[in-house]
Structure formats: structure tokens, C-alpha cells
Design a protein around this ligand. Structure first.
Ligand code: ADP
Ligand code: ZN
Length: 656
């Protein structure tokens, strides 16, 4: 933009100079009275002319009465000068005019110069190499934050202590680079932050800049990519040039895989533009000797696709992993974000952290924000535990769909289905404790059974996996026991998918099959490795998978048959309360009277249910999403496993 203005001013100056030059030719004979040659001759003979100046055919002069005049000689008159002298007129000549000579050259060349100028102008733009070109095509789009704009500090980044430790020395280096050089230490010029989205990579990079009080350039890898070859490269060049001006500083490149993919790999063969951009980046990173105080920090989720050249010493030779936070990390992140809002006393970050496995830092920030919004909607002054609960459910499963009117029949079958999951989960060994069971529709699910694992689940043993299979079938079996095999709904499709995926992975990936032993039998995307697996082995795999499923299906069937009274009781409780927590489930399992949930208001609810029953009876077409009843929510996964038939591969389950 600045260069644009400079250019404009330059052109204006040129225009003004030219105009004044052209004006100069006209000189100042405007005021002189023009007389004809005959009159002039007569006046000379009468002695009325005092002085003349002859310039070619033009004669300017002064009369005896001191008035000026101008006249033009019609034809060359060689006797004129003698004649004038004879009549006592003072005659002057003019020096041959140099200015007009130069000007005439200029005038004749002007169109040519103009053309050349325009041509250069366009050439520079086309190459995109124009530093200071009128259009900022090849300029980097990096956003600059100056040191006093950055408010982020290390204390704002929580739950990734290892990553922080890895980068603190960069702060020292940026603060005082000479100290390190004296000792001959080499500080990496490039640091690669590796981790899933939302784990705070940008935040961490910014915090380094904030702590070191240096400017922060940020750009996304995709900003370099342009249709025209060479643009990306020139943007890289431009960015490094800008950065050098404000060194020491940090350049942060988000999604570096957009430019840094392996060269020559991928579809459509080589991509000239991307390669040039990448090459330029390599050149720039080699270019500074570390003494210029620029640290390049790049972020990516996929270090495996990066070009090996980028990872070589002197470039991004240091990798810092910023992973998903564990329970303690989540607690700290929640605390960081909860600092900013007023909380009820009973809101405990520890408890929230336990209930949010798999959440990234960004998810947790979002959770706190949503909770504050719920509180604001309820006109509350502080944010309560219930607000957090609601926010979490919204993030995990989509907003409640209280408006979706379910017929009593659908509600009932959903209640049986969820109760089936819950009861089996209570009775099989080594399953996660239940957090709550609900038949309030959310997102695309009609009901959910949620579990709360005690710690972060890093790996699972065979017992746990088999239990998961049983629990997944619990919902469907409950429906079958109550309504008969003919009436089972399609709602269990997601459960089946999930159970099958677990069983298959147990056989082909985790080596839990006694017949096959611990051999990896899957390829890249979980597909069977056709080159490794023979036809016979394929058949054994199928048999083994089926065997796992059968045993666990039978176990769940047996458990539910033996405890069918609990199934009925839990259905009743769900129909009444819609959501029951672990306390109610415990009561049901102990076959004692169910205590009402803590937030239960008997009178209000009975009034509500009376009116709603009426409306339900007149809306037979209420269920629009078919008979889906939802899936078991395995809470070691952040995403919801709804029972919609088409989406989400159930390839869940940590394959550690
Ligand atoms: P990434 O760059 O890894 O995708 P960001 O740094 O953009 O993630 O994180 C987005 C937001 O999530 C941050 O602005 C911050 O509010 C929150 N956040 C993420 N990780 C953390 C963390 N470790 N500590 C505190 N807040 C975090
Ligand atoms: Zn289910």
C-alpha cells in the first residue's frame, strides 16, 4: 500500500515537471501588441522604433513611446538589418537556443520512454518479484504483531509442560543472542511444533514471543500457495526480508504441510509452484547463520508428510510434540480459562477434567465459554456446575433437541435400549463407570449412555475390549428381549459397527486371537493386507471375529435375561426422569427405590409431563429421523457415536 502511494507521487511529480517544461516554450510574448510588417516598416522610417530583437522571423521591440510590440517577417529579408541600422534602431540578436534543442529531443522521445516505462512496470508485476511493485502480488501475507501487542505469556499455556521446557531456551536466546554465540552454542533456527489441531501450538509460539518481547510474524502455509508459479517463492523471500528488518523476532508458519510436502510425491506429479516455494524456504533458512536472531516456528499435524529436506539440521531440526492434554493437563488448561469467569464454589476443574477425555485445549476453552453463555442465558451471576454439564453435552453430542417430539412408544424403546447398555456395563468386568444415561435426544442420537473413565485410557486389555463388545450389544438385546426379534429397531446400527470394529481389530491388529497369534494382518487403512493374508487365513480371521462377537453377545444376552426386572425398573426411571446419573443407576442395580436426581423438581415436572403427554398423543408423525436410538458413548473418545446409519466409522478405540 505504501509503495503504491510512493509510485503515485512519483508519477505526479513527473507530470508536473513536464507540464512546466511545455509551458516554458511559450515564453512571455502574450502581452505584446502584434503589428503588421508594413506598419512596422513605416514606423521605422518615421523613427518611432527604438530597439528590436530579432529571432528568426520574429521581431520583438520597444517603440519610442516605451510600448512593446511584436511582428513577423513575411519572407526572409536580407536588407532588413541594414535598413534598421540606417534608421537608428538598436538591433539585437538572440543566442542560439539550447533549451529548446534539449526539449525537442525530449519531446520526440517522450512516447518511446513512456512505452518503455509501462513495459518495465508490467514485467515486474508479472514476475511477482516486485519489491515495491505497485501491486502487492508477491508480498507476503504475514501478519505482524509487535512486541507490545502480544499479551500471551507462558502462564497462559497450560498442560504441556514438556513442550514448554523444550522451548524456554529460545526465549533466552531471543533476549540475548550474543550470550549463546560466545559459548559457540548453536540455537536451532527452526522449530517444528507437532500436534493435533487446537492443542495450543499457535498459543505456545506466541507465548515465546511474548516472553522474549520480540515481534511475531504469523502466516499460514496455505497463504503461500497461489496459482502463479513463483508467487509463493517471492512471498517467502519477502517475508524473510521483512523479518530481518525486525530481528530478533519469530516467524510462525501454521500448517506448514501445505507447502512442505514431500516433493514429487502426491497426485498429479510434481507441483512447480509448491516446489519453488519450498525451495525458497530452504534457501532462506540456510541463508541466515543464526546470528540474525530469527527463529522460525512451524506447526503441523502431519510431520510424516513433510519433505525430508525441511527436517535436516539447520532447518526444522528440532521437533516439539504438543499432544492432547492428559487429565492433569486438562485441569490446568481449564483453570487458565476459568480465571476469567465468575464461578460457583462447587465447580471443580478436577472433576471437569475427568469428564472431558480427548478434549484439546481449544475444546476446553470452548467448554468454558459455552458454560458462561449458558449461565448468561439463565441470567445467573456465576457459572454453575450444571452450566458446565450442559456445555459439555452440547459440545460432545450437539444441542439438546427438546423440540423433537417423541411418541411415548419411541421414548420407551429408547429407554429400554439405553438401559440395556447401562446394565450390561454395570455387570461385565473392567468397564468404565457410568456417568449418566439419558433419553433426551441430542444431535442425531435419540439417547445416550455416557461413561466416565477414571484416568486417560492409553491402552486396553482383552477383558476391557470384550466388555465393550458386550455393552455395545446390550441396547439391541434389551429391545429384542422386550419386543421380540421381529421388532428390533435399526437404531443399533452404530453399536453393531462399533462392536464389529473392536472384534476385528482384536484379531487383525492387536493379536488377541489364539489361533492366529500376534501378527499384523491389516494394511494402511485397516483394510486386510491382501498380499499377506491368504484365502485360508482370511477365513480364520472371519471365524475368530465371529467367535469374539458371539461369546460376548451371548454373555450380554444372559446378563440381561437374568436381570430383566432391573431392565424394566430402569426403563421406568428413564421414562420418569429422562436422565439418570450414576447414583440412580446404583439404586436400580441394588433393586432399591430410586432416589430422584439432584436437580429434580417433583411438582414442576409432573405439571410439565401432564401437558406434554397430551400433545404427544396427537403427534403420531413426530419422529422424523426414523427409529434411531443412539449408541453407547464410549467416553474415551471425544466424538459422539450416534446411531445414524450412514456416518462415522466406528474405527474408534485406541489402537495403542
Ligand atoms: P493450534 O495452533 O494447536 O491449532 P491454538 O493455539 O490456535 O491451537 O489454540 C486455540 C485456542 O485454544 C487458544 O487460543 C487457547 O484459548 C486454547 N488453548 C489451546 N491449547 C491451550 C493450552 N495448552 N492452554 C491454554 N489454552 C489453550
Ligand atoms: Zn445403542
Amino acid at each position: 500500500m505504501n509503495d503504491m502511494a510512493k509510485n503515485l507521487i512519483l508519477w505526479l511529480v513527473i507530470a508536473v515537471v513536464l507540464m512546466s517544461l511545455f509551458q516554458g516554450f511559450g515564453s512571455d510574448d502574450t502581452k505584446k501588441a502584434q503589428i503588421d510588417y508594413t506598419t512596422f516598416n513605416k514606423e521605422v522610417s518615421q523613427g518611432q522604433i527604438q530597439q528590436v530583437q530579432i529571432n528568426g522571423q520574429e521581431i520583438k521591440g520597444l517603440k519610442s513611446n516605451q510600448s512593446t510590440f511584436v511582428t513577423y517577417i513575411p519572407a526572409p529579408d536580407l536588407d532588413l538589418v541594414n535598413y534598421l541600422i540606417k534608421n537608428n534602431v538598436k538591433v539585437e540578436g538572440t543566442p542560439p537556443e539550447e533549451t529548446s534543442f534539449l526539449a525537442s529531443i525530449f519531446v520526440s522521445w517522450f512516447p518511446m520512454l513512456l512505452l518503455i516505462g509501462v513495459w518495465i512496470f508490467f514485467m515486474r508485476n508479472m514476475q511477482g518479484g516486485g519489491k515495491g511493485g505497485a501491486m502487492s502480488f508477491g508480498k507476503s501475507k504475514a501478519k505482524l504483531m509487535s512486541e507490545d501487542q502480544i499479551k500471551t505469556m507462558f502462564s497462559d499455556v497450560a498442560g504441556c509442560d514438556e513442550a514448554k521446557e523444550d522451548v524456554v531456551e529460545l526465549v533466552d536466546y531471543l533476549k540475548d543472542s550474543t550470550k549463546f554465540q560466545k559459548l559457540g552454542g548453536r540455537i536451532p533456527t527452526g522449530v517444528l511444533l507437532v500436534g493435533p489441531p487446537g492443542t495450543g501450538k499457535t498459543l505456545l509460539a506466541k507465548a515465546i514471543a511474548g516472553e522474549a518481547k520480540v515481534p511475531f510474524f504469523s502466516i499460514s502455509g496455505s497463504d503461500f500457495v497461489e496459482m502463479f508459479v513463483g508467487v509463493g517463492a517471492s512471498r517467502v523471500r519477502d517475508m524473510f526480508e521483512q523479518a530481518k528488518k525486525s530481528a530478533p523476532c519469530i516467524i510462525f508458519i501454521d500448517e506448514i504441510d501445505a507447502v512442505g510436502r514431500q516433493r514429487g510425491a502426491g497426485m498429479g506429479g510434481g507441483n512447480d509452484e509448491r516446489e519453488q516455494t519450498l525451495n525458497q524456504m530452504l534457501v532462506e533458512m540456510d541463508g541466515f547463520e543464526g546470528n540474525e536472531g530469527i527463529i522460525v516456528i512451524a506447526a503441523t499435524n502431519r510431520p510424516d508428510v513433510l519433505d525430508a529436506a525441511l527436517l535436516r539440521p539447520g532447518r526444522f531440526d528440532r521437533q516439539v510434540v504438543v499432544g492432547l492434554p492428559d487429565v492433569r493437563g486438562r485441569e490446568q488448561i481449564l483453570k487458565v480459562h476459568m480465571r476469567k469467569i465468575p464461578l460457583d464454589e462447587d465447580v471443580k476443574a478436577t472433576v471437569l477434567a475427568r469428564g472431558t477425555p480427548g478434549f484439546s485445549g481449544a475444546d476446553l476453552a470452548n467448554l468454558v465459554n459455552e458454560a458462561a453463555l449458558f449461565a448468561a442465558r439463565g441470567n445467573k451471576r456465576t457459572v454453575s456446575k450444571e452450566d458446565f454439564e450442559q456445555a459439555r453435552d452440547k459440545i460432545l453430542m450437539g444441542a439438546e433437541r427438546r423440540s423433537l417430539v417423541m411418541t411415548n412408544k419411541d421414548k420407551e424403546s429408547t429407554a429400554y435400549h439405553e438401559a440395556g447398555h447401562a446394565i450390561v456395563a454395570k455387570l461385565v468386568p473392567q468397564h468404565h463407570p457410568i456417568h449418566k444415561v439419558t433419553i433426551i435426544p441430542r444431535g442425531r442420537a435419540l439417547g445416550v449412555t455416557q461413561f466416565l473413565p477414571e484416568g486417560d485410557q492409553i491402552s486396553q486389555n482383552k477383558d476391557e475390549l470384550e466388555s465393550s463388545i458386550s455393552v455395545a450389544y446390550g441396547g439391541r438385546i434389551a429391545e429384542e428381549l422386550i419386543y421380540g426379534a421381529q421388532k428390533v429397531s435399526t437404531g443399533a446400527s452404530q453399536d453393531i459397527k462399533q462392536a464389529s470394529a473392536i472384534a476385528r481389530a482384536m484379531v487383525t491388529e492387536w493379536g488377541f486371537s489364539e489361533k492366529l497369534g500376534p501378527i499384523l494382518l491389516t494394511g494402511e487403512q485397516g483394510s486386510l493386507r491382501s498380499n499377506v493374508v491368504s484365502h485360508e487365513t482370511g477365513k480364520i480371521i472371519d471365524d475368530e471375529v465371529k467367535a469374539f462377537i458371539d461369546t460376548n453377545y451371548k454373555r450380554a444376552y444372559q446378563l440381561l435375561t437374568d436381570n430383566i426386572d432391573i431392565l424394566h425398573a430402569m426403563k421406568e426411571a428413564l421414562m420418569k426422569y429422562e436422565t439418570i446419573d450414576s447414583d440412580q443407576v446404583d439404586d436400580l442395580m441394588a433393586r432399591v427405590t430410586v432416589r430422584p436426581p439432584t436437580d429434580w423438581d417433583e411438582e414442576l415436572e409432573s405439571a410439565k409431563s401432564k401437558t406434554s403427554e397430551k400433545s404427544e398423543s396427537v403427534t403420531p408423525d413426530a419422529v422424523n429421523e426414523s427409529q434411531e436410538t443412539e449408541a453407547v458413548k464410549e467416553s474415551d473418545e471425544p466424538e459422539v457415536n450416534e446411531s445414524s446409519k450412514d456416518d462415522v466409522t466406528a474405527d474408534k478405540n485406541n489402537d495403542k
